[in-house]
Design a protein around this ligand. Sequence first.
Ligand code: BTN
Length: 242
Amino acid sequence: MSIIKLSAIDSTNSFLRDMIANGVVADYTVVATQNQTKGRGQMGTVWNSEEGKNLMFSVFKDLSKHEVVYPFYISMAVSLAILKSLKGLNVPNLSIKWPNDILSANNKVCGVLIENVIKNKLESTIIGVGLNVNQTNFKGLPKASSLKKITGVQYNVDEVLHDIIGNIKFYSEMLEAENYKAVKDAYEANLFRKNKPSTFKNAEGVMFSGFIKGVSKYGKLMVLLEDEIIEKFDLKQITLMY
Ligand code: BTN
């Protein structure tokens, strides 16, 4: 495994994408920075992070030798890897907010942006992780937090990086061993608001309530609605309000 550390970069995901376009990249190549000038989030959002305080990195995962039938399993594996690392750091009340935000209580400490590289079939994937480690000021972002803000501890960002990469390997190997059920069960066991009465907003802005029951193998959120029917939603169709 090689780690490429950059003092500043627009986006570690974009940097890795360009590397892949320009040549052969080894499995588990990591690009990390503490100063990202154009960080990208899910659904076209921006990922902002105070310089020198947090962890921003992308991992290249070669999938050409192990066919991944359901790419959402990679997303589940990555969420579990981060969760395992944060549990090891004694961060309290951890959960995974579907599809792959990591929360401590109701606050987001980590976001994941997975970008697949498809040439005829799914060849590889870029796993982008933004973890708020030592930043304590989140003006205008009432739901954002960091490890330090929650625990009061100042962390060594490099140590956290190595630990998460180790755990990404651990869960990727579970997928390579086709241990799919264990990954999905663990993911669902840690799902934020599972089986709790929750309120959602649909794409038209209409609010409705239901109970999160789990995820489908395609990564859709399964919600038990008031009429006792379970419906599956993708990310564009639904926002979990509380
Ligand atoms: C989200 O929650 O919206 C996902 C945020 C992902 C941010 C990380 S930071 C490292 C990598 N490079 C990017 O441009 N984005 C991801």
